[in-house]
Design a protein around this ligand. Structure first.
Ligand code: PLP
Length: 345
């Protein structure tokens, strides 16, 4: 039975188990429904079995060897991946400006970080794609056990994962791709290629662009290592089943005709915004609109959007600012954005 269906079942038992709210004592009444679905491992309907089945189904959908649901974000997925494929004392190649969870993962695994650099695109003030030659340079001269690449970047720049994977294979290193910002990629051809079927481990945040609740995420594994063993070392023994069920529903939605229809509408609206803008827009992944003005600096543009147009951006640098969109960005919001961006030079 699916996790979602299992949670909808009403128990006829008198519960003398955790959680002590028993699904009917609502200290925070706004979350009534959440309490009702908040069962624990001791529930008689065996939610662990439903979770395992949901993860196996997800693995089939993504075409991976193993896909696991995460309720502590991509951060926990990166830690799990590094713990899974390294042993104490190994060298792990990481970007010197990566998300803090990369360095934390290496530290927690007792490994040594080796840092590589990624160039900045001066025109947009954002990082370029990772250069495979730079990765090969490190693989040649250091004994590297695992390489972590962030792709896409925060701003939607995607690296050549196929080439980097070939290099990792040649030098006997695992490839971990932090695809936190690319959770929509496996489902829609209009977006860049996902790493899920290519890398050894790929980690995605469903909560960033794919409409998931904070902090739902996924780890995809194509090795013969059972990542579940390593996830158990950092996970609680009392997972949130409402969050886990939301992951199952999230994947089913993205994989459905309804998901495709909603994405197609979003895609066309975003193209329309991009094509009618009077300022410059760079969107290597159309859900990340990097905006640049010929009049304002990135910071000034960000301030103008915020103060005059009531628009909050996701990230700003000296020259450009980025607006993050995703599966939940509705037509109404984009219609307004189109009007604003076709009035800024
Ligand atoms: C590139 C990248 N990797 C990993 C993370 C961590 O993701 P989460 O918040 O899902 O733990 C983030 C969060 O901003 C991120 O931007």
């Amino acid at each position: 039975m699916s996790l979602v269906k299992l949670l909808k079942r009403k128990t006829t038992k008198s519960l003398f188990t955790t959680p002590s709210h028993s699904g009917r004592f609502f200290i925070f009444s706004k979350f009534r429904q959440f309490y009702k679905y908040d069962i624990s491992e001791t529930d008689c309907y065996n939610p662990q079995d439903a979770l395992k089945k949901a993860e196996e189904k997800a693995s089939k959908i993504y075409g991976t060897k193993q896909t696991l649901f995460l309720t502590n974000g991509s951060s926990s997925g990166v830690i799990c991946a590094v713990l899974s494929c390294t042993t104490k004392g190994d060298n792990v190649l990481i970007w010197n400006n990566s998300h803090p969870c990369h360095k934390n993962a290496v530290e927690l695994a007792g490994c040594n970080p080796v840092f590589y650099n990624v160039d900045i695109d001066k025109k947009w003030g954002i990082t370029n794609a990772v250069n495979p030659d730079i990765i090969e340079g490190y693989l040649k001269t250091n004994k590297i056990k695992a390489v972590i690449v962030t792709s896409p970047s925060y701003e939607g720049v995607v690296s050549d994962i196929n080439s980097i994977k070939k290099l990792c294979k040649k030098y006997g290193a695992y490839l971990i791709v932090d695809e936190a910002h690319g959770a929509l990629y496996p489902f829609f051809d209009e977006l860049p290629e996902s790493a899920v079927k290519v890398a050894d481990f790929t980690i995605q945040s469903l909560h960033k662009t794919a409409g998931g609740l904070n902090p739902t995420a996924l780890i995809h594994n194509n090795t013969d290592i059972d990542a579940r063993v390593y996830l158990a070392k950092i996970n609680t023994t009392s997972p949130s089943y409402p969050l886990l069920a939301s992951i199952e529903a999230n994947i089913n939605f993205l994989n459905s005709a309804r998901g495709k229809k909603i994405f197609n509408k979003l895609y066309l609206n975003l193209l329309d915004v991009k094509n009618s803008a009077t300022c410059e827009i760079f969107a290597p992944d159309i859900t990340k609109l990097n905006i640049k003005s010929s009049v304002y600096s990135g910071d000034e543009l960000s301030e103008l959007l915020y103060e005059k147009y009531n628009i909050e951006d996701e990230k700003t640098n000296r020259v450009s600012t980025m607006l993050l969109c995703g599966i939940g960005t509705d037509s109404c919001k984009l219609k307004r954005l189109k009007k604003v961006l076709s009035s800024i030079k």
